[in-house]
Design a protein around this ligand. Structure first.
Ligand code: GDP
Length: 137
């Protein structure tokens, strides 16, 4: 079994899509191992997305991630990192496959409703960034 880190981003939370996205998540075979609502501070968002600091959209990304609450998730299944990326779909919903979460619920490449770790190594780092060890079951 493998774990990955996911976020239901502030756009989807504001549109009352938490339940719909969790339903797709569970139907895709993921066990929800930890779940927490958080309104990220600027410091948290800047730290989490630190690898994108030099990208032109960094400021916009931090504004977006701090505009309202989001849902932090630890998801588990076989091949969780790759399967969650597949279940979410491409970064830009315009390029995402039919039936994926981003195709169904996202508005644009910036406001794209979900996050998923891009490797097992980053999943471990991101889970540790947001979840204390004793909150993961
Ligand atoms: P991901 O792994 O699919 O989330 O994609 P990336 O690691 O490339 O980008 C991280 C996040 O930055 C994306 O999920 C978007 O929220 C945001 N992002 C990426 N590209 C753009 C862009 O061109 N404009 C804006 N505003 N945000 C972007």
């Amino acid at each position: 079994m493998e774990q990955t880190f996911a976020i239901i981003k502030p756009d989807a939370v504001a549109k009352n899509q938490i339940g719909d996205i969790l339903a797709v998540t569970e139907a895709a075979g993921f066990k929800i191992k930890a779940m927490q609502m958080t309104h990220m501070t600027r410091k948290m968002a800047e730290g989490f997305y630190g690898v994108h600091r030099e990208r032109p959209f960094f400021g916009e990304l931090v504004e977006f991630m701090t505009e309202g609450p989001c849902v932090l998730l630890c998801l588990e299944r076989e091949d969780a990192v790759a399967k969650w990326r597949e279940t979410m779909g491409a970064t830009n919903p315009a390029n995402a496959a039919e039936g994926t979460i981003r195709k169904r619920f996202a508005e644009s490449v910036g406001r794209n409703c979900a996050h998923g770790s891009d490797s097992k190594e980053n999943a471990a780092i991101e889970l540790a960034f947001f979840f204390a060890g004793n909150t993961l079951v």
